[in-house]
Each structure stands twice: as C-alpha cells, then as structure tokens.
Design a protein around this ligand. Structure first.
Ligand SMILES: Nc1ncnc2c1ncn2[C@@H]1O[C@H](COP(=O)(O)OP(=O)(O)O)[C@@H](O)[C@H]1O
Ligand SMILES: [Mg+2]
Length: 357
C-alpha cells in the first residue's frame, strides 16, 4: 500500500488566552512507497506522533490530504483504514493472556474463535513468542511485551503498520535486538511501515527511507546514507551521525575555506561567512596537514580510534574525529595536524544555515 501525504497541516488551538496556537505539522508532503520501512525522525516535539496519528485516523488534519494507494482516506474513520498501531507503552490488557491480547482485535470483529486462535498463532510465530501464549503480560519482559503488541497489530493483516517510538521503553541491548526484529518482520510481511523515533542511529540502521523533521516541517527525505552524505542544511547535518559532525565558524576567501587563520581546504564557493561542518571520519592525520588542532585526549574505541581535541584558536569547539592511523603524541606540543577529506566537509550559509557545498 502506497501512502501519499499532500500538504498536511495540523494546528492545535492555544490552550488559554495567553497561549499561542501550535503548528504541530506544517505543510507536509511526502510519498511513502509500498512495502518500504520509512522512519519519521526528529527531536521531541517536532510533530512525528501527530503525523502518525493523522495517517492512522486517530487525529484529523487541519488541512491537506492523505491517500492510501488511490483512495482518499483523509476523513475515513481509523478502524476502516486497515492500520496496525504500536505505541511506546505496549498498552496490553493486563488481565488477558498473551493469546487473548493478540486475538482481541479479531474477536472484537466477531471472527469465529478457532480462526482467531489460528491467526493469533501465526502472528505470534512471526514475532517468535508462540511459546508464551498462556502467560499474562506481567510475566513477560519489556521486549516480549512489545512483541505481543506488534503481533496484536499484525493479526488484522493491516495494510499499513505504524510504530510510535516502539523501542523507547527497552534497555539498550534489547533495543538493538528488537529493532533488528522489526526490520525482519517488516521484510517478511512486506507491510508498508512507518516508524517514528527521535534516535537517529535507530532510524539510520533499519529504515529504507528517512523523513527528517524539525518544528513540524520536513527538512529532508531520502535513504539514510544519502542524507548522511548530503545533508540539506545545518540542522540535518547536526542531527545525523555518531560521533556528531564537527561545526566551526569559518569564512571563504579567494577560493579557500578558512577556520581561524588557517586555510583548511580549497573551494569554488564565492567569498562569504560560513559554517564548516566536518564529519568525524573526514580527518586525515598528517604531520604537514593544513588544519591544526590541540590534542586533548585519545579515546580508543575498539576498531576505531576516536580522538577528542580542542581547537586551539579563538573558538574552541570539541572536535571528535575518527582516524585509523596511530597518532604520535608529543608531550611538549599537543598540536596535531590534519588534512581534510573534501567529501566529508560541508559548507553552510552563516545566516540561512542552508547547505552551499
Ligand atoms: N493534543 C494536543 N494539543 C495541543 N498541542 C499538542 C497536542 N498534541 C501535540 N501537541 C503539540 O504539537 C507539537 C508536536 O507534538 P508531537 O507530534 O507529539 O511531537 P513528537 O511526537 O515529534 O515528539 C508539540 O509542540 C506538542 O506540544
Ligand atoms: Mg511523539
């Protein structure tokens, strides 16, 4: 099922006289291809859940349209859209068994009990909890409970699966494991899935397509790697990547990018004030490098060596770079020099923060 979203806007009225109207989602237009796993990504409050609720039908838009394939579902009731929903807090019925929980949407539709049981078993097998059918939710771990919630969403064989921060309540290890599970389940079922998260690593690791949002406005849509390699503005560049991108105030003068008084890289961009963004993997250690940094300390992170340095000039942002060569540390002089990989360096207009290189 393809989802098309056209100029979707949601405004919430001011809560009181002094309050201001909130534009939770601002003129969103995206196309979600059939059978893909799409991530809605952005900081808390940027309108992800509101977008998801409008797709599900739980929230109605102020303006704009939503299509499932060619059908306009903008005003269609939630229960008639064929969507499965999973929330952060599993919302299981505590007095029912796992089987009862998974069967609930079907018995609610008055499906014969034997058929409901059979379909519940199939959904449970898909998320690999078929051995837990007779337990109560309180007898399950968080990860198992979330699997039950996913099975319950899948049992109706929805056209669209909507997941709102489904991993937030799980501990770090389980979060990793469960996100791989979600990817597998999505692949096996081929259900068009929208996955909401504020965690860029999570979105990057499992999504086919990411939609990056800020203050209700879609900033960029694309494959995770494509957005990482070609961020459209400073916000997106900053939001993606671990360790995060390094940002410096800089200036372009006669074909060179200056950070402080050092010309760190050539460029064809016209003279102007810029922000220079350098990905951590964009540094090449070189004794005669163009860009000097004051070494603070080295963090060894298994395969990668992450060095943390402080720039020695007027501005002192903490720089995190990942390099694969050994650094020779001279106790007398903490200065280390680098050259930069051109495709890992981005320039942003100092006022609009839009990408210019
Ligand atoms: N029912 C509501 N009434 C008023 N404001 C709301 C309501 N729901 C969400 N908002 C506001 O809309 C904005 C987007 O919220 P939300 O979609 O929940 O963001 P996210 O899921 O990205 O954290 C926030 O500023 C939030 O406070
Ligand atoms: Mg939310």
């Amino acid at each position: 099922m393809k989802i098309t979203i056209q100029n979707l806007t949601k405004k919430f009225p001011a809560r009181n006289k002094k309050g201001k109207e909130v534009v939770a989602v601002d003129n969103m237009s995206i196309e979600i291809p059939s059978g893909k796993l799409v991530g809605l990504l952005g900081p808390s409050g940027c309108g992800k859940s509101t977008s998801l609720f409008m797709i599900s039908g739980l929230e109605s838009p102020t303006s704009g349209k939503i299509f499932f394939d060619d059908q306009d579902v903008t005003t269609l009731a939630a229960e008639r859209r064929g969507v499965g929903l999973v929330f952060q807090n599993y919302a299981l019925y505590p007095h029912m068994t796992v089987e009862g929980n998974i069967m609930f949407p079907l018995t609610n539709m008055r499906l014969p009990k034997e058929e409901a049981k059979q379909r519940a078993l199939e959904a449970a097998q898909l998320v690999q909890i078929e051995d837990l059918m007779q337990r109560k939710p309180s007898e399950l771990s968080g990860g198992q409970q979330q699997r039950v919630a996913i099975a319950r969403a899948l049992v109706k064989m929805p056209n669209v699966l909507l997941l709102d921060e489904p991993l937030s309540n799980l501990d770090a290890r389980l979060r990793l494991q469960t996100r791989e599970e979600i990817k597998r389940i999505q692949r096996e079922t081929g259900i068009t899935t929208v996955f909401v998260t504020h965690d860029q690593e999570e979105a990057m690791s499992i999504c086919d397509i990411m939609v990056v949002m800020k203050l209700g406005v879609v900033q960029q849509v694309g494959a995770p790697q494509a957005i990482y390699d070609n961020p459209t503005n400073l916000f997106v560049a900053n939001f993606l990547g671990t360790p995060p991108i390094n940002i410096f105030e800089g200036e372009v003068k006669s074909g060179k990018i200056y950070i402080g008084d050092e010309a760190v890289l050539d460029t064809e961009v016209p003279d102007q004030k810029v922000y220079v963004g350098i990905r951590p993997e964009g540094f090449i250690y070189d004794e005669n490098g163009a860009f000097s940094l004051n070494l603070d300390h080295i963090e060894v992170m298994g395969r990668d060596k992450t060095i943390v340095t402080a720039h020695g000039k007027s501005q002192k942002p903490t720089v995190r770079s990942i390099i694969d060569s050994d650094i020779y540390v001279n106790d007398q002089s903490p200065v280390v020099k680098f050259n930069l990989k051109p495709n890992k360096v981005f320039l942003f207009n100092a006022e609009t923060e839009e990408r210019i290189r």
